[in-house]
Design a protein. Structure first.
Length: 256
């Protein structure tokens, strides 16, 4: 079965991030750079998709390179960058283990709350090692983390049924909670889509295991990864340390 990532023209209709939210988040990234006294001009965006954040940052004068394993999403990122009048560089690789020869960045970002999808410890170790390799000394690694509550579930509970009209058709999509064991700290879920357009029907399904994090567990994570230091967690809206009013936040690690 295909993935929604094979359809970049539909992806933003389902997994939305409004332009004003992207603008606020990139503004907060700038504040975080300043808080940690980092002069940032080059940014590595991980699991970048169509690069809404990367394109926004490129428009602010940063040099941005995006890494994603979907060729279709990267092609759409380049099309949209051209439409926006900005330049971005893209590389089709898995963010768990990637290599950009001779390239170093002042900062790396992992947006859209997708960092917790790297749920396996071995994969996390590989990922942090790859990011470390591509940052300059003292470089910042900023991850977007959401508040996930893991409760025991036998799975197969559907929710969020929605329908979107598209030219010559419609998209129906819904989420599905899969079997979850709180003892391992993972929430398992799936996104199902039925795309009907021009008399053709396509079906996609993406299954995710999402790691539940707290600021405390992220501090512990930094201690387990060689060459990293935890630097703080910040409200995505204003860069303050107050996380009480937000559903997701930015955590900052620093290469040491």
């Amino acid at each position: 079965m295909q993935s929604i990532y094979n359809f970049p023209q539909y992806y933003p209709l389902i997994l939305k991030r409004k332009a004003d939210v992207v603008e606020a988040e990139t503004a907060t990234l700038g504040k975080i750079f300043g808080k940690h006294n980092r002069k940032v001009n080059s940014i590595l965006e991980l699991a970048c998709g169509t690069m809404p954040h990367g394109r926004n940052l490129a428009g602010k004068g940063y040099t941005v390179t995006g890494v994603d394993r979907s060729e279709e999403m990267l092609a759409e990122a380049q099309r949209l960058a051209k439409q926006d009048g900005v330049d971005v560089t893209t590389s089709c690789q898995d963010v768990i283990d990637f290599d950009l020869p001779d390239q170093r960045f002042n900062a790396a970002i992992f947006m859209f709350e997708t960092f917790p999808l790297i749920s396996d410890l071995v994969d996390l170790e590989s990922h942090f090692k790859a990011v470390h390799k591509h940052l300059s000394p003292g470089g910042l690694f900023i991850v977007d983390v959401d508040k996930v509550k893991v409760v025991e579930s036998s799975g197969r509970e559907e929710w969020g049924h929605s329908e979107i009209e598209v030219p010559e058709g419609k998209i129906r999509y819904w989420y599905e909670d899969l079997a979850t064991d709180p003892s391992v700290g993972l929430c398992r879920m799936a996104l199902n889509c039925e795309i009907k357009q021009n008399g053709e029907a396509k079906r996609t399904k993406d299954e995710w295991a999402v790691r539940a994090y707290s600021t405390f567990s992220l501090q512990l994570l930094a201690r387990t990864m060689p060459g990293w230091k935890y630097k703080g967690s910040y409200n995505w809206q204003d860069g303050s340390p107050d996380l009480s009013s937000v559903r997701h936040w930015f955590t900052v690690f620093q290469k040491v």
